[in-house]
Structures are given as structure tokens and as C-alpha cells.
Design a protein around this ligand. Sequence first.
Ligand SMILES: Cc1cc2nc3c(=O)[nH]c(=O)nc-3n(C[C@H](O)[C@H](O)[C@H](O)COP(=O)(O)O)c2cc1C
Length: 434
Amino acid sequence: MYMSRSLTLPCGAELPNRLCKAAMTEGVADERLRATDRHAELYGQWSDGGAGLLLTGNVMIDRRVLERPGNVAIDRSSPPDDTARAALRRWAQAGTRGGNHLWMQISHAGRQSPRYVTGEPLAPSEVGLKILGNYARPRALRDEEIRDFIERFAFAAEVARDSGFTGVQVHAAHGYLLSSFLSPETNRRTDEWGGSLENRARMLLETVRAIRRTVGPDFPIAVKLNSDDFRKGGFSHEDCLQVVELLNAEGIDLLEISGGTYEQPRLLGFEGQEASVDPNTRESTRKREAYFIDYAQSIRRIATMPLMVTGGFRTPAFVEEVLAAGHCDVVGLGRPMTTDMDLPKRWLAGEEAPAIRHEQRLKLSDRRWLSGASPIFFFKILNIFGAQAWYYQQLQRIAAGRGADMKMGLLGAFLRYQLDELSTAWRVRRAAKR
Ligand SMILES: Cc1cc2nc3c(=O)[nH]c(=O)nc-3n(C[C@H](O)[C@H](O)[C@H](O)COP(=O)(O)O)c2cc1C
């Protein structure tokens, strides 16, 4: 079986197999944004579940601008105390107990930080996100702040390494800060951080270099990158190919391909407004199980580093087909792993049953007009956020040792999630003032 083969990375580290639990934000940090025993519980279970690689959810480098109020932050401006470092060590220990790798995904939310976290998101330019009024208009970063953020990424990577995480992944996809620097739609700067693609990619490349300088040559560094933002005037697939060429020179160990942003949530197989892709050209992709495979194939032709693709993989037969064809080296699994912690182990043992396809039933409504044109974008967004809330609630249950609840309703999950987020945001703000 191809999925059970090990993979030696350019830095010399070895992944025991080709299955990865993709990054999924956990939302179980304490009010000081420190890891907790719930992280250890969750990742201990995943580590027992057989994947060769576990990626953590977003760990933020800036405690002011979070992706969610329950994120862990490793922020150089207020370095982790002994309690925070001990919790990170417990997390890393539990998450590697199965002999797998555990890489910390380090990230800055950029303009995609909700209003209940911050009234001042930070971004390359002042281009706001228009989703139900939930995101404040961002402030454009100053040159010295960008340079500081690059060092913060490196600091977080160093803390990850010192705590026992076996690698890091730089999150440069899905519209967060580094991704928004890459996009001409959101990056309107005229200094050395904007304009040409080389300038827009500068922050990502400098970040990778700073991390490598800090962690040394034998520590895995991965990058998660969009194959396309699927936005008119945004980061295109052609841009992506050029960034891959630039990354070829940086000695990264794994490139993960995803796609889309909050406004165009293709990462989850949804289409938002203003899709920029000709529907005919990617028809084959739509029909297939994993929706970024066609993109990965064109990236594969030029990429010199190992490649991972995430999004839509649900059958072991298709995973085998993709690996056997050499379209990628590692396959990422997200949503199925929110309830089936040991799916990789079962597939590696030869089980042929597909993963559960939560996405096919988790909808507030199936009516066609809800998934149609932009006037009902509101309902479509509700469908997407409702399903996300369901996954978040499952992860929180498992982290609390309560197990998944397959009978959980979507609307209830959505409402509970909103309440949880607001109350967590309030506790985080109160703790920050103390
Ligand atoms: C609940 C949930 C949380 C997620 N959090 C993150 C995250 O923190 N970082 C990230 O890069 N992607 C995140 N994603 C995207 C996944 O890593 C993955 O790209 C996506 O779910 C598609 O894979 P799948 O079809 O196997 O679910 C998240 C997805 C879900 C469902």
C-alpha cells in the first residue's frame, strides 16, 4: 500500500506513513491563550489513531488578532510563562505518543479576525472582509510591524521545537495574513511588500528564512498555500505556480495545497460569490473526490519539495490512486477526523470503507435556491458556518473526554458555538486587562 510507506523529508526527518490529520482549529485554550490539558487529550487520541503526521490548528503569533478567541497564542511581545511552556510540552508529548510527527501550524489571522476578538484587524492594506458585518475594517501594517511579525513567526517556531513539537507549518493559505499579502485584491501596497508577485511573496519567503535560521537545518518546515483564491483579481493559480518556484529555493520540507478564503470557502468544497474560475476548465476537479487534485498536478510539475493535498479525500481507494499516480506524497484528512479519530489506522490496516461524509448531511437546508446566486448568500454562509460550528463542537467534546455526538443538531451546534465564542472572547478580554 502506498499510504503505509514512510517518507523521508528534505531535512532528513521521516514521516511513518502518508496520511495526515489536517489542521483544525481547536478553540480549547485558556483565557490567557495558553494550551490546556484538552489539547493533550485531543491530540493523544489522534496520535493513537495512526496518522503519520498531525498538524495542529492555528497557533497565533499575535495575541491581539486571533482567528478565534480560544486559540493558543505564542507571542514574542509577551513570551510564554512556565505554565504555558509546560502545557505545550504536555500537548506535544501526548500528540507524539504513537510515534507520529506533530507539527504546529503557526499563523496570523490578518483581516479574518472577528469583531468580537478585535476592532482592529491587521492586514497588508485596508481592504475589509464583508461577511455579515462580522469583521472590522483592518488597519494596514507599517513596515516595521511586518518585520516584527516575521521575527514572531520564528519565535513561535522556536518555542514549538523546544516544547517537543517535531515540525512547524507556516499558514499562508485561506485568506489569513500571509495569504492576504500574496493576493493583489487584498494587498494594495506600493512599498517592497506589495505590487509585483515577488514583493507580495516577500513576507512569506522572509518568514520561512527566519524560521529556518532559528530552528536549524534538520527541523521540518512546511507551508500551506492556496492553489487559487478563486476571487476575481485575487491570488490566481498562475500566481501560485510562481510562488512554488520561489519556495523551491527555500528548502521547505512539505508544501500543502488547499484553496479559497472566508469569502470563497473552497477549502471546504463550497463556492462563495464571484468565483473567478471558468466552470468548464475545472469540471473534472468538481467531479472528483478531492477537489484540488488537478491543481496539485500542475504544481507537481514544477515543485521540488514533497507535496501534500487536503480537501475532500474520503475513500482509501482514491487516496491510493492519487499516491500511486504520484500526484502528491501525503494526503490530508480534515472533517472525517472530527469524529473518527482512528480512521488512518483502519485504512492502513486495509479497511476499504469510506470515511464518513459529514458534509453531505450537515446543511440547514438542502433547497437548491439556498446554494444558488448571491442574493441568498446569507443563507449559504449560514450553512457553511453552521456546519463549521458542528465540527468545532465535536472537537471540543472530544477534547473534554466526552466523545463525539453524532446526533448533535446543526442549528443547536451553531447557536451554542456563537455563545461559546462570545463568552470566550469576553473572558480573554477580561484576562488581558488583569
Ligand atoms: C473544523 C475545522 C477547522 C479548521 N481549521 C483549520 C485551521 O486551523 N488551519 C487550516 O489551515 N485549516 C483549517 N481547516 C481546513 C482543513 O485543514 C482542511 O483544509 C479542510 O477541512 C478540507 O479538508 P477535508 O475535506 O478533509 O475536511 C479547518 C477545517 C475544519 C472543518
